[in-house]
Design a protein around this ligand. Structure first.
Ligand SMILES: CC(C)(COP(=O)(O)OP(=O)(O)OC[C@H]1O[C@@H](n2cnc3c(N)ncnc32)[C@H](O)[C@@H]1OP(=O)(O)O)[C@@H](O)C(=O)NCCC(=O)NCCS
Length: 460
């Protein structure tokens, strides 16, 4: 009974809000802004780190969805707003099963709710305004200016809800390219990753790890959590922005280090030293280690038939004697041509050739089993197949099997960040608009009739 009364009161408020002049709506919103995060704790997520935080998720493709998925895994109530009709474009991209949400979409949108809504319509504007009032954080990664063009620049969002944290991913920060649209590989090229990745003297390479999209999404999530923490003290929201170029450059920090070292002489740990001259910029260095310890990828047994039969070995000075003995080259330890790091530096290629002669007699796992007890940092090249089947990753929830109503069971990467007091349960991604009615009724406060009317006119 009490619930019924509450509902009709909420409906009445929405109807009244639609009639109120803008000044009154803003005043009401300011009043609401005084509440704490806990005021709308999301049922069922009481024990998680971000319980009670509600996210207005205006993200699409990969970078933004990565960020909001992470926040959902920490317990936030993430409401994904999608365009009526098609939704997030990735629902239909790289489909493996006809008419079923793609793995591209499902693997980036777990633990969220989906509402379809067009904020560009008159009613859509009002509903979107209500959602801004009711949420703590808004995240978006549309093209520069897209959210402004919808009628919601930061100034307006702040007026509607002064506690709102408004977070965006863009390709570039302020500067000559700020208006450009950007995808993963463009960011890898403009952020310093491609120029420093690849074989020596060969074309720049992009990496398979989605450091531009997923990497920037993670950066953004850190910014949002910091802003939420600050809001606890100040009571005010703020703007959080992360450019993909900046995120990549942050991940390429060691290469900017080397750029400055280059001014003082050749980079002696790079494989081109001393035979290939250095230019003015940090060159590509094949599989050389990014740190001060020599490392390389060497072949293992059956490499001719198995494209992943390789192991990475780091030959730091402290374990060099153990490596020399293990590969049958104990003679190096008495030889001044080999027994100091300085003596080895100009002939690292020869050293790794010798190591490879040994690793080619072992599988990558046998080599690891021998080298690990000797404290040699090394790692087999694991294929996606091997990772998908690895029992320890299943056990920790890093690889998870999820059931989906239209696609059935599939594997995904779970939350790689483990909080002892906030364990993650991965739940399936929502179907397009699966929660539209529920959100419009319970959060926005619309009546059944209003929902029917809005649906007929294509607002949601
Ligand atoms: C990723 C990107 C290149 C995609 O570009 P795109 O497919 O052309 O999509 P846009 O971002 O331009 O958005 C398309 C339109 O959808 C509209 N739209 C989004 N949600 C909507 C909704 N719920 N209802 C109605 N329209 C909606 C936008 O308003 C925009 O319209 P406009 O151009 O008329 O203003 C671009 O969004 C971008 O550069 N984003 C920032 C960087 C980024 O995150 N890149 C990595 C993506 S993984």
């Amino acid at each position: 009974m009490a619930k019924k009364k509450q509902k009709s009161a909420r409906r009445a408020t929405v109807k009244a809000a639609a009639r109120k002049p803008a000044r009154k709506i803003v005043k009401a919103a300011k009043k609401k802004a005084a509440r704490t995060i806990k005021s709308h704790a999301f049922k069922g997520k009481g024990g998680l780190a971000l319980s009670g935080v509600r996210i207005l998720d205006m993200t699409h493709v990969q970078s933004g969805p990565t960020c909001t998925q992470l926040l959902a895994w920490f317990g936030a109530d993430v409401i994904k707003v999608e365009r009526p009709g098609g939704g997030d474009i990735t629902r239909g991209q790289l489909r493996d099963i006809p008419n079923v949400d793609s793995l591209y979409f499902t693997m980036l949108n777990h633990n969220k709710r989906s509402i379809t809504l067009n904020p560009k319509t008159e009613t859509g504007q009002k509903i979107f305004t209500r959602l801004i009032e009711e949420c703590d954080v808004m995240v978006e990664n549309y093209a520069p200016g897209a959210i402004d063009r919808m009628g919601f620049p930061w100034e307006t969002i702040q007026k509607i809800n002064p506690r709102m944290i408004y977070a965006s991913v863009k390709g570039f920060g302020p500067g000559p390219y700020e208006d450009c649209k950007v995808y993963e590989n463009v960011a890898q090229c403009t952020g310093g990753s491609a120029s420093t990745t690849g074989e020596i003297g060969s074309v720049p390479l992009v990496t398979g790890a989605q450091i531009g999209d997923t990497g920037t999404g993670i950066h953004l999530a850190v910014g949002i959590i910091a802003a939420l923490f600050q809001r606890e003290r100040t009571g005010r929201g703020q703007r959080v922005t992360c450019a993909m170029q900046d995120g990549i450059l942050n991940l390429c920090r060691v290469k900017l280090r080397d750029q400055q070292r280059l001014a003082h002489g050749p980079l002696k740990e790079y494989p081109q030293y001393p035979n290939i001259p250095f230019g003015h910029a940090v060159p590509r260095a094949g599989n050389a280690s990014g740190g001060g310890q020599p490392g390389w990828i060497v072949k293992c047994k059956n490499w001719e038939n198995d494209p992943d039969s390789y192991i990475y070995i780091v030959t730091q000075a402290a374990v060099f004697p153990a490596i020399a003995k293990a590969i049958g080259r104990a003679d190096w330890l008495e030889d001044p041509e080999w027994n100091t790091p300085e003596a080895r530096l100009p002939k690292l290629d020869q050293m790794f050739e010798e190591i490879e002669k040994w690793t080619m007699t072992k599988t990558k796992f046998e080599a690891m089993d021998i080298l690990n007890p000797l404290d040699v940092p090394c790692g087999p090249i694991l294929s996606m197949k091997e990772l998908a089947e690895e029992p320890s990753l299943r056990k920790t929830g890093t690889v998870v099997e999820v059931d989906h109503p239209t696609r059935g069971k599939y594997l995904t990467v779970g939350n790689p960040i483990k909080l002892s007091g906030s364990p993650t349960t991965v739940t399936r991604s929502p179907l397009l608009g699966e929660h539209t009615d529920e959100i419009l009724r319970k959060i926005v406060g619309l009546s059944k009739k209003e929902i029917e009317e809005g649906r007929k006119s294509g607002v949601f």
